[in-house]
Write a protein that binds this ligand. Structure first.
Ligand code: SAM
Length: 321
C-alpha cells in the first residue's frame, strides 16, 4: 500500500470519460464555448484497464464516473458494464442530468445505486445563464425518473453571490421534499477563477450558506467518515440532510484519498496541482510489468497532494469534477 508521511493513501478514483460537455458552466468555462473531446482520449477498454490496475496497485475501493459530461460519451455503456464487474465497494456517477432519463435503463441494469446531479438553479432563465446549455425541465424529469427507479440522488449546487445566492433556500426545500441530499459546493479557484476577480465576487463561504439556511431551519452537524469531502448537517426534526463541500472554509486536503484519471490517460493526485502522470503506455502492458511501473506513478501522484486547497489553473472539466 502506498501511503504518504501524514497517512494519506488513494481510495477514491474519479474517471473522466470525456472532456466533452453539453454545458459550458460559467465557473468551468471562461468563454462560453462548449468543449469537445480531447483528440487522444483513451478508449472504454483502456480506461477500464487503468481502473483494473489501479484497484490492484493502489487499493482503490470507490469509483466515480465523471467528465466533461459522462452521459454524452459513446464509451459510457461499455465502460460502466465493465467496471461493475470489478467488485468495487461503490460505483457512482456525476452528471448534469440532461440525458439521465435516456440512460436510466443502462444505469439501472448495471446496478448503479447513487447518482450526483449538478444543478445550480431551479429558475429556467438563471439555469441557462449559468449552464449556458441544456434544458432545466429535462434535468428535473431525469431526477424524478431516477428517484422513481429507487436510485439515491444527491444534487450538487455551487452557490455564487452574483448568480444563484437567492436559491440557497429554495434548492434546499426542493431537495428536502424529495428526500434528496443537497450538496452545496463552495466555489473553487480552478481554471479561469484562479486569477481575476470573479472568484472573490462570487465566493459564498460555508458560514454564509449556514447563515442563510438558519433563517428558515434549525440544523446540526453530524459525523462523517474521516475522508469525506462534505460536512453534513441534519435539518430540523428529521426533515432530511444537506452537505457542504467547504474547499476553502474547511479544506479536507489532509484527509484526501482522491485520485483522478483524465479522459486522455493522465493520473492526477491533487486538484491543486497541475502535475500529471501519463498512463497511456502502461495500460497496454502485461499486468506484472504494468503494476511495477504504476507504483512509481502513484508515488509521484501521492507526492503531488497539498496540505491545503490552493486552486489551480487546471480545469475541472479536463480532470473530472
Ligand atoms: N458534467 C458533470 C456534471 O455537471 O456534474 C460532471 C463534471 S462537473 C466538472 C463536476 C462537478 O464539478 C459539478 O458539480 C460542478 O458544479 C463542479 N465544478 C466545476 N467547476 C467548479 C468550480 N470552479 N467550483 C466548484 N465546483 C465546480
Amino acid at each position: 500500500m502506498i501511503v504518504d508521511k501524514i497517512g494519506r493513501k488513494f481510495r477514491n478514483l474519479r474517471v473522466s470519460l470525456t472532456a466533452a460537455c453539453n454545458y459550458a458552466c460559467d465557473y468551468c468555462v471562461p468563454n462560453g464555448k462548449r468543449l469537445s473531446k480531447a483528440s487522444n482520449e483513451l478508449s472504454a477498454n483502456e480506461l477500464f484497464r487503468a481502473v483494473f490496475l489501479l484497484k490492484k496497485a493502489a487499493g482503490i475501493e470507490k469509483l466515480r464516473i465523471t467528465g466533461g459530461e459522462p452521459l454524452i460519451s459513446p464509451k459510457f455503456d461499455r465502460f460502466l458494464a465493465e467496471v461493475m464487474e470489478l467488485g468495487l465497494e461503490d460505483v457512482s456517477l456525476t452528471t448534469n442530468g440532461q440525458f439521465l432519463s435516456d440512460k436510466l435503463s443502462v444505469i439501472e441494469s448495471c446496478g448503479i445505486k447513487r447518482i450526483n446531479v449538478s444543478l445550480d438553479s431551479l429558475n429556467p432563465v438563471r439555469f441557462r445563464q449559468i449552464a449556458r446549455g441544456g434544458d432545466l425541465s429535462k434535468v428535473m424529469g431525469g431526477i424524478d425518473s431516477a428517484l422513481k427507479a429507487g436510485i439515491k440522488i444527491k444534487i450538487n449546487m455551487v452557490p455564487m453571490f452574483s448568480k444563484n445566492y437567492s436559491e440557497i433556500l429554495p434548492m434546499l426545500e426542493y431537495c428536502l421534499a424529495r428526500n434528496i441530499e443537497l450538496r452545496y459546493i463552495e466555489l473553487m479557484r480552478m481554471g479561469h477563477l484562479a486569477s481575476g476577480n470573479s472568484f472573490a465576487r462570487d465566493f459564498v463561504s460555508m458560514g454564509s450558506i449556514l447563515d442563510k439556511i438558519g433563517e428558515m431551519y434549525d440544523f446540526h452537524r453530524i459525523d462523517v467518515p474521516h475522508d469525506s469531502t462534505a460536512q453534513v448537517f441534519s435539518v430540523g426534526e428529521n426533515l432530511g440532510k444537506f452537505g457542504i463541500i467547504p474547499n476553502e472554509s474547511e479544506p479536507f486536503c489532509r484527509a484526501c484519498t482522491r485520485l483522478r484519471i483524465s479522459s486522455d490517460g493522465y493520473l492526477y493526485g491533487c486538484l491543486s496541482s497541475a502535475n500529471r502522470h501519463d498512463l497511456k503506455d502502461i495500460v497496454c502492458l502485461d499486468e506484472k510489468e504494468a503494476l511495477v511501473m504504476l507504483e512509481k506513478k502513484l508515488i509521484g501522484a501521492l507526492g503531488d497532494k497539498k496540505l491545503s486547497f490552493q486552486g489551480e489553473t487546471t480545469v475541472m472539466k479536463f480532470i473530472g469534477g
